[in-house]
Design a protein around this ligand. Structure first.
Ligand code: HEC
Ligand code: HEC
Ligand code: HEC
Length: 431
């Protein structure tokens, strides 16, 4: 009796495993000889270069100090570290032997040329929306780059999650294939913005929260998420900035890295702006701004803007409330000279702290990170520097953050600031 029972279980398990492999199996696509240098149409290569910017391919596919597109960049996920791969046309360690069909399949379905499944750390769930024409241009661009021999780096995803076949199950549940479909009721600019945002520029990969198995929660699109030890703020009406993100503010921020009424792009958002979107023409940035002004419902909240700016400028000139407040003293000594606006409108080069999301968010991480690490001359608004204050102690920084939150927002105090600062410090020391 027991033996029959055991046999039954074994058969079920065997069928399940066989079933998974049947579902997961993908054919390999025949290798090609790498296209000869100069054989690719220059206009396609040029268009592909712009699209590679829109998709930040270089940001993820370049290791620190490594050759561009040669891979090896470590991505820390909840499931271990996954390294990007070499997408230069090197025949042995890159994609030199990949046909255009193999490249398109990888971008649309997350399957490598040899038929193995790719991890969704590679945002194919967004790239699946890109048109044939754009994928062809990207292929032409990548195949025209200098080949670099760079073998893959070892990932640290533990067994059994490292079984690539399991990704087939993930895709069944979460991958919605299909090229972006324009909404005829919307303007051309809105549709262009949506195409870029949902597809190549995958804004949701950072700004949309993920579920327990790492898939974006569709019902919470752009609701804000944690990424690489930063908070990518919500881009919806839940955005904490006192001044709603209007089309013009979004345009300025995405084009230049700073909006005078919101502050500057730090952390990975700085790379998005300066290493990626900077390749796109103004019309595409405008289209992204049109789309996200709609996502954030800025028009419906526009009447708040003036009052928010007036209140922020009033706080800007505020003297420390009392000499016994350590946070206020520190602010006056270390920050006020650069962050004090007297003019009728705040200047982009001295962000008005009452207006930045980092202060209004319920998560103090971005404020702490910016103060600890500063913002380099090349980051945020190019040409200006926010110095790092890592030398200040946790207690001092906590007092400073609490003071800013109390005097420049109407939100409740941040709990456990000192512990939070220590945690952020540990995290940044490790990267
Ligand atoms: C958010 C980071 C990220 C971005 C942005 C990104 N990739 Fe990747 N890509 C990865 C990772 C990680 C892998 C490896 C996945 C794996 O090993 O399963 C990968 C794999 C690939 C592969 C499969 C290569 C192989 O050898 O199997 C191709 C092709 C590719 N990416 C092309 C691109 C292109 C083109 C762009 C820009 C449009 C791009 N990627 C942008 C992270 C990224
Ligand atoms: C030498 C001038 C200077 C000093 C001193 C200074 N800052 Fe800054 N800060 C800047 C500049 C300039 C930027 C914008 C940097 C950029 O965009 O590249 C900035 C950016 C910031 C931001 C990011 C705003 C955003 O857009 O999200 C915060 C937060 C901030 N500073 C807080 C502080 C605090 C707190 C102190 C005191 C401990 C301080 N700063 C001291 C010049 C300064
Ligand atoms: C690699 C991750 C990543 C991607 C991709 C990304 N963002 Fe961000 N974004 C961030 C982070 C992190 C911040 C916070 C930066 C800061 O505080 O300076 C941010 C900030 C922003 C802000 C400012 C929000 C605020 O209230 O201060 C806007 C607007 C924004 N992103 C729009 C976009 C758009 C549009 C796209 C796609 C074109 C995009 N982001 C793609 C990570 C990302």
């Amino acid at each position: 009796m027991f033996r029959r029972w055991l046999l039954g279980i074994l058969i079920v398990v065997a069928v399940a495993i066989a079933g998974l492999f049947v579902i997961a199996w993908r054919p390999s696509i025949a290798p090609i000889d790498p296209p000869a240098t100069g054989s690719l149409p220059p206009e396609r290569v040029a268009r592909g270069a712009v699209l590679a910017g829109a998709g930040y391919c270089a940001t993820c596919h370049t290791a620190r100090g490594g050759a561009r597109y040669a891979g090896g960049y470590p991505m820390a996920t909840a499931f271990g570290t996954i390294h990007s791969t070499n997408i230069t046309p090197d025949p042995d360690t890159g994609i030199g032997r990949w046909s255009e069909a193999a490249f398109v399949r990888a971008m649309r379905s997350g399957v490598a040329r040899d038929g193995s499944h790719l991890f969704p750390a590679f945002p194919f769930d967004h790239f699946t929306k890109v048109t044939d024409q754009d994928l062809g241009d990207l292929y032409a661009f990548l195949m025209s780059q200098p080949p670099v021999a760079a073998p893959p780096r070892q990932n640290t995803v533990p067994f059994p999650l490292n079984l690539r076949a399991l990704q087939a199950g993930w895709k069944l549940l979460f991958l919605r294939k299909g090229v972006f479909e324009p909404d005829p009721a919307r303007s051309e600019a809105w549709n262009r913005g949506a195409y870029l945002a949902e597809g190549l520029s995958h804004c949701g990969a950072c700004h949309t929260p993920r579920n327990a198995v790492g898939a974006e929660r569709r019902s919470a699109a752009y609701a804000g998420a944690r990424v690489d030890g930063w908070e990518a703020p919500p881009l919806t009406a839940a955005n904490p900035a006192p001044v709603p993100w209007s089309e013009d503010a979004l345009y300025a921020y995405l084009r230049s890295g700073v909006s005078a009424l919101h502050g500057s792009a730090a952390g990975s958002m700085s790379e998005v702006v300066h290493d990626g979107l900077s390749r796109l023409p103004d019309a595409d940035i405008r289209a992204l701004a049109v789309y996200f002004a709609d996502v954030s419902g800025a028009a419906a909240r526009a009447d708040r803007s003036d009052a928010a700016v007036v209140a922020a400028l009033a706080a800007s000139g505020q003297a420390p409330s009392s000499a016994s407040d350590a946070g206020a003293e520190l602010y006056r000594a270390a920050c006020a000279s650069c962050h004090y606006n007297r003019t009728p409108a705040p200047l982009a080069a001295r962000p008005e702290l009452a207006l930045v999301s980092a202060l209004g968010s319920d998560d103090p991480t971005n404020l702490i990170r910016v103060v600890l690490e500063g913002i380099g001359v090349e980051e945020g608004m190019p040409g200006v520097l926010m110095p790092p204050f890592a030398h200040l102690g946790d207690a001092d920084l906590a007092a400073l953050a609490a003071y800013l939150r109390r005097t420049r927002t109407t939100r409740p105090p941040w709990p456990d600031l000192e512990a939070k600062i220590a945690e952020v410090r540990r995290h940044t020391a490790g990267t």
